[in-house]
Design a protein around this ligand. Structure first.
Ligand code: A2P
Length: 279
C-alpha cells in the first residue's frame, strides 16, 4: 500500500497520486476511474486543466467513500484576489461536485500582479470555514514562501513545483522544508524525458524494475509527494508499485547526480504571466 505523508496541520496525504494535467475532460473520468480501481487514492487537478468535472464524475462512479480519496485542485491565475478566489473556489467545488476539497493550491505566484498575499488570506478563510482540509501553493520560489510566512497566519501545507532528477530546484525544496512546507513534485518523471537517462536505466536493470519506478522510488525515499501523470493503465499500475523494493544509498546518489540547472520543462515561476502558463 502507498505510504502517507503528514502535513504541517496533521492532515495526511497518500505519497503517490495521479496527475491529470493535459488529460482532456472527455477522457478524464475513464482515466481516473481506472486509477481508483488500481488503488490510487489521491488525484491532482486544477481549474486551469478544465477537467475537474471528469475527476468528480470518476469519484462518484467509483463508489468509494469520500474520505478515502484525497483531492487537490488549484486556483486559476486570473482569479487571484480575495473575492475572486472565493468565487473561483465555489466554481471548482461545484465542478468537482464536492463539499470539501482536501487541498487547494495557488497555482502560480504571478509576482507581477502582487496578489498572492491577498489571495492567501482568502485561502485562510476557506480553511477556517472547513471548506478545505489543507491549503498550499504551487510554483512558489523561496522568496514567495518567505513572504507568505512573514505576512500571513497559516504556513502552506505543500509547495507543488517542477521537481525531477534533471531539474531538482533544491533551494526551493529546502526552503520549504525548513518552514514546514512539504515538497510535492509535478512532472516527477520530467514529463517522461528523464526515463532514458543512463543512470536511471542502469538502476532499473539492477533492481529488475522500470525506469519510472526507479525515479518515483527515488522521490518517495526523499519524502516527496509525487503525482505522475499517465493515461495508460499498465503505466498507472507500475507508477504506484513502489513499496516492495528500494534504492541503495549509491543508487540514490547516482540519480542525485543528474541534477542540472537547464532541465526545466515547464514555465518559469518568476515570470509566468496571469493567463499563460505550462503546468
Ligand atoms: P502516458 O500518459 O501515455 O503514460 P510526468 O508525470 O513527469 O509529467 O510524466 C508524464 C509523461 O510520462 C506522460 O507522457 C506519460 O505518458 C509518461 N509516463 C507516465 N508513466 C510512465 C511510465 N511508467 N513509463 C513510461 N512513460 C510514462
Amino acid at each position: 500500500t502507498v505510504s502517507r505523508i503528514t502535513l504541517n496541520n496533521g492532515v495526511t496525504v497518500p505519497q503517490v497520486g495521479l496527475g491529470v494535467f493535459l488529460v482532456p475532460d472527455e477522457s478524464t473520468q475513464v482515466t481516473v476511474e481506472k486509477a481508483l480501481e488500481l488503488g490510487y487514492r489521491h488525484v491532482d487537478t486544477a481549474a486551469a486543466y478544465d477537467n475537474e468535472a471528469g475527476v468528480g464524475a470518476a469519484l462518484r462512479a467509483s463508489g468509494l467513500p469520500r474520505d478515502e480519496v484525497f483531492v487537490t485542485t488549484k486556483l486559476r491565475n486570473g482569479e487571484q484576489g480575495y473575492d475572486s478566489a472565493l468565487r473561483a473556489f465555489e466554481a471548482s467545488r461545484a465542478a468537482l461536485g464536492l463539499d470539501v476539497v482536501d487541498l487547494y493550491l495557488i497555482h502560480w505566484p504571478v509576482p507581477s500582479k502582487d496578489l498572492y498575499v491577498e489571495t492567501w488570506r482568502a485561502f485562510e478563510r476557506l480553511l477556517a470555514e472547513g471548506a478545505v482540509r489543507a491549503i498550499g501553493v504551487s510554483n512558489f520560489l523561496p522568496e514567495h514562501l518567505d513572504r507568505l510566512v512573514r505576512e500571513c497566519e497559516v504556513v502552506p501545507a505543500i509547495n507543488q513545483f517542477e521537481h525531477h532528477p534533471t531539474y531538482r530546484q533544491e533551494a526551493t525544496r529546502e526552503a520549504g522544508l525548513r518552514l514546514g512546507v512539504a515538497a510535492e513534485a509535478y512532472s516527477p518523471l520530467g514529463r517522461g524525458q528523464d526515463l532514458e537517462a543512463p543512470a536511471v536505466t542502469a538502476v532499473a536493470v539492477d533492481l529488475g524494475v522500470t525506469p519510472a519506478q526507479v525515479i518515483l522510488r527515488w522521490h518517495v525515499q526523499r519524502g516527496t509527494v509525487v503525482i505522475p501523470k499517465s493515461v495508460n493503465p499498465e503505466r498507472q499500475a507500475t507508477n504506484i508499485d513502489l513499496f516492495s523494493f528500494e534504492l541503495s544509498a549509491d543508487q540514490m546518489a547516482a540519480i542525485d547526480r543528474l541534477d542540472s540547472p537547464d532541465g526545466r520543462i515547464g514555465s518559469d515561476p518568476a515570470t509566468t504571466a496571469f493567463t499563460q502558463f505550462r503546468h
